[in-house]
Design a protein around this ligand. Structure first.
Ligand code: NAD
Ligand code: ZN
Length: 427
C-alpha cells in the first residue's frame, strides 16, 4: 500500500484485465471521442472484456467521513437490463458528500459514491436493445423505465421503478452488488457509483448522448446543472421581467440562476451564508445578494422588503431546512411559487403556518429539475452542442483533478471553494 497525494493507494500487483488502450497515460488531447477512429479503438478494446469480470480502480469509501481509498475492485458483468460503462469523467456533487459524511443520512459502507459522470458503454446485459458498446452516455441518479405511469405521464419524471433511492445499495434485478474488493461486496450509490473506472447501471438510468459532445463538460449535466436549470425553466417557470430568489449559490443554485436568466427574469436575488459565493455569482446573472448573517430579522422578511411583498419565484438549492422555509415564505402572496431542490437531512421536517399557503403561495419540489433522463437529457445535450441554449457549462467547472487526487475534490467542496471539480479518470 502506498501513500500518494495524501490518499492510500493499494497496489495489488495482480494482473489487470483492463484492455491495453486504457493503460495509456491520460492526456486530455487524447480524448477525441468525436472522431470515428477513436470510437472504433474504444469499441475494439471493449469487446475484449465483455462477459468477464473487470478488475479496475475505484475510490472506495470504507468509513463515513474518512478519505476515499483507491482500490483495485472487481466488477461483475452487467446482468439483464444492465450496462457496464467505462467512466471517463466524473464530478462531485454535494449529495455525494452528505452520504459520505453520513451525519444526517443512513450510513452504508463500504460504498462507491459518484453520480455525475460521462462515459462510454463497454458491454450490455441481456435484453438491452437501446444501448450498445461504444455509445456515449451519461449515467443518471434517477431513471426512466419508459413503461410505468410516471414515465408515460408528461408531468412526471418520478419513475416507479428507477426513481432516486438513496437507501438502495444493490442492483435491482438480484439484490446484489456488482462490485467487490478483497472478497467483500461494495455497496452501490444511486445506481451509478461513478467514482470507479468502470461501473454497472440499469439501462433505464443511462442517457445516450451525441458522441460529439465534450464529455469533460457535459458530465455536469448528469446531475447538478440540469437539476438547477430544470428547477427554473421546467418547474418555477419565471415570467419575463419577474423577480427570482435563489437560495444557495453552489453549482445547483447558479444553474437555477442561469435558468432564471435564460427565462428573462430581471431581478435575481442570490442568498447564501458564504459571502465568497457572491463575486462568482455575478457571472451567472445574479443581480443582488443577501447574506442572512448580515441581518437581525429572518431573511424572508428582508427579501419581502426588497421586493414590495415578496419575489415572484424562489428556488432553494441548499439542503438546509431553514433555507427551505425561508424560500417558501419569501414568495409573494397571490402568485408566488417556491421550488425546493436541496436534499434535506433524514429527520428534517418543514414547518410553516398554513396561512402562508392559504394566501395563495405555491410550494413545489423537484428531482433532477423535472427532466426525464433518457428522453430530455439527450435533447438538452443536443441544444448545448448546437448552441441553441445560452448555457455556459465552462463557468461551472472551477477545478480539475486526476482520479488519484479525488479527495481534493471533497476538500474543495467542504471548504465551499469553487463549483464543480471534474475528476479525470485514467490518470
Ligand atoms: P453546494 O454545497 O456547492 O452549494 C450549497 C450552497 O448553499 C453553499 O454555497 C452554502 O453556503 C449555501 N447554504 C447552505 N445553507 C444555507 C442557508 N441556510 N442559507 C443560505 N445558503 C445556504 O451544493 P450543490 O452541489 O450546489 O447542491 C445544492 C443542493 O442541491 C444540495 O442539497 C444537493 O444535495 C441538492 N441536489 C438536489 C438534487 C435534486 O434533484 N433535487 C440534485 C442535485 C443536488
Ligand atoms: Zn418508469
Amino acid at each position: 500500500m502506498m501513500k500518494q497525494n495524501g490518499i492510500l493507494v493499494h497496489s495489488t500487483g495482480g494482473r489487470s484485465t483492463l484492455p491495453p488502450f486504457f493503460h495509456h497515460k491520460y492526456h486530455p488531447q487524447h480524448l477525441h471521442y468525436s472522431t470515428k477512429r477513436s470510437l472504433r479503438v474504444v469499441k475494439a478494446a471493449m469487446s475484449n472484456t465483455a462477459g468477464q469480470v473487470i478488475k479496475c480502480k475505484a475510490a472506495v469509501s470504507w468509513e463515513a467521513g474518512k478519505p476515499l481509498v483507491i482500490e483495485e475492485v472487481e466488477l461483475a458483468p452487467p446482468q439483464a437490463n444492465e450496462v457496464r460503462i467505462k467512466i471517463l469523467f466524473t464530478s462531485l456533487c454535494h449529495t455525494d458528500v452528505y452520504f459520505w459524511e453520513a451525519k444526517g443520512q443512513k450510513p452504508a459502507f463500504p460504498r462507491i459514491f459518484g453520480h455525475e459522470a460521462a462515459g462510454v458503454v463497454e458491454s450490455v446485459g441481456e435484453g438491452v436493445t437501446d444501448l450498445k458498446p461504444g455509445d456515449t452516455v451519461l449515467p443518471v441518479f434517477t431513471g426512466e423505465c419508459k413503461e410505468c405511469r410516471h414515465c408515460k405521464s408528461e408531468e412526471s419524471n418520478m419513475c416507479d421503478l428507477l426513481r432516486i433511492n438513496t437507501d438502495r445499495t444493490v442492483m435491482l434485478s438480484d439484490g446484489k452488488s456488482r462490485f467487490s474488493a478483497k472478497g467483500k461486496p461494495i455497496y452501490h450509490f444511486l445506481g451509478t457509483s461513478t467514482f470507479s473506472e468502470y461501473t454497472v447501471a440499469h439501462v433505464g438510468s443511462v442517457a445516450k448522448i451525441n458522441p460529439a459532445a465534450p464529455l469533460d463538460k457535459v458530465c455536469v449535466l448528469s446531475c447538478g446543472i440540469s437539476t438547477g436549470l430544470g428547477a427554473a425553466i421546467n418547474v418555477a417557470k419565471p415570467k419575463k421581467g419577474s423577480s427570482v430568489a435563489v437560495f444557495g449559490l453552489g453549482a445547483v443554485g447558479l444553474a437555477a440562476a442561469e435558468g432564471a436568466r435564460i427565462s428573462g427574469a430581471s431581478r435575481i436575488i442570490g442568498v447564501d451564508l458564504n459571502a465568497s459565493r457572491f463575486e462568482q455569482a455575478k457571472k451567472f446573472g445574479v443581480t443582488e445578494f443577501v447574506n442572512p448573517k448580515d441581518h437581525d430579522k429572518p431573511v424572508q422578511e428582508v427579501i419581502a422588503e426588497m421586493t414590495d411583498g415578496g419575489v415572484d419565484r424562489s428556488i432553494e438549492c441548499t439542503g438546509s431546512v431553514a433555507a427551505m422555509i425561508s424560500a417558501f415564505e419569501c414568495v409573494h402572496d397571490g402568485w408566488g411559487v417556491a421550488v425546493l431542490v436541496g436534499v434535506p437531512n433524514r429527520d428534517d421536517s418543514f414547518k410553516t403556518h398554513p396561512i402562508n399557503l392559504l394566501n395563495e403561495r405555491t410550494l413545489k419540489g423537484t428531482f433532477f429539475g423535472n427532466f426525464k433522463p433518457r428522453t430530455d437529457l439527450p435533447r438538452l445535450v443536443e441544444k448545448y452542442v448546437n448552441k441553441e441554449l445560452d448555457l455556459q457549462l465552462e463557468k461551472f467547472i472551477t477545478h480539475e483533478v486526476s482520479f488519484s487526487d479525488i479527495n481534493k475534490a471533497f476538500d474543495y467542496m467542504l471548504k465551499g471553494e469553487g463549483l464543480r471539480c471534474i475528476i479525470r479518470m485514467g490518470a
